[in-house]
Structure formats: C-alpha cells, structure tokens
Design a protein around this ligand. Structure first.
Ligand code: DQA
Length: 145
C-alpha cells in the first residue's frame, strides 16, 4: 500500500516561489503532512521531484506495479507535454493531477491540461490542501478494498 507524490519543474522552490500565488509552505512541509495523514491508514508515501521531463517519465514507468496511486503536480509540463500524457496512459496506476493555484483564473496558456483527460481526476486552486485531499482520496479507496 504505497502512494507516489510526484512534483514537476520549479516545485522544489515551493515556499520561496511566488508566495502570493503558491503560498509559503515548502515541499518538505507538504511531504510531512501527507505522511502524517497516510500513517493513520497504514499507507506509505514516497516523494519525487524533478525539473526534467524525462526523469518524470522514468518515474511514472517505474510506478507501474509499485504504487496504488500517484499524486502528480506536473507544473508547467501540464500545458505542454504529450510525452507525460503518453507515460500516464502507459501505466495502470491511477493519477490525480493537482494544481496549487487556480490555473483557470490565470493566463490563458494555463487553462488547458494535456494530462487531465488521462488522469483519474484533477484538484485545482485549493492551495497545498489539494495534495492532502488527493491523499485522502487514495486512502479512502484503499479502505474500501
Ligand atoms: C502549477 C500551475 C502551472 O501552470 C505552473 O506552471 C506551475 C504550478 C500549480 O500547482 O498551480 O508550475 O502546476
């Protein structure tokens, strides 16, 4: 029973990066919160962040058979990467796409996700709380089994 938290480009700078848009919480804080939530359900969480598209693709491939779900904030690759979409399509593990900011209230180039259609669902605009809600979703799915 393991979940993968996957974060794409520039999310290593969470907390320092445009705090007016993304808040002041760091990625380490988010990881700790998720660990805490999932502990109660006996679910393990691994975390991986990369600024490199190919590394994210490799991690998605490796996730097949090893995780029951992926919480994925693909950063700007959301709006550009057919390769990440194909990687998600190539595995059986369900992916929940998370965006901290409300991308629909921002520049029009952020309005479209190339990945959303191959994800199980999407959580947008609820701040870093979105990661926690995604974790609770997967935990509840595990409990139903
Ligand atoms: C983001 C939204 C993207 O448009 C942006 O490029 C990011 C972060 C979010 O979490 O709100 O890097 O995915």
């Amino acid at each position: 029973n393991s979940i993968l938290l996957l974060n794409g480009p520039n999310l290593n700078r969470l907390g320092k990066r445009e705090p007016g848009i993304y808040g002041s919480e760091t990625l380490e804080n988010v990881e700790a919160k998720l660990q805490n939530i999932l502990k109660a359900y006996n679910v393990n969480i691994d975390s991986f962040q990369s600024n490199h598209e190919g590394e994210l693709i490799d991690k998605i491939h490796q996730a097949d058979d090893n995780y029951m779900g992926i919480i994925f904030n693909p950063g700007a690759y959301t709006h550009t990467s057919i390769a990440l979409r194909d990687a998600i399509s190539s595995i059986d593990v369900p992916v929940v796409e998370v965006h901290i900011s409300n991308v629909h209230a921002r520049e029009s180039f952020r309005h479209h996700s190339l990945l959303a259609a191959v994800c199980e669902g999407q959580i947008v605009g609820l701040g870093t709380k979105g990661y926690e809600l995604a974790a609770e979703y997967f935990a509840s799915k595990i409990q139903e089994r």
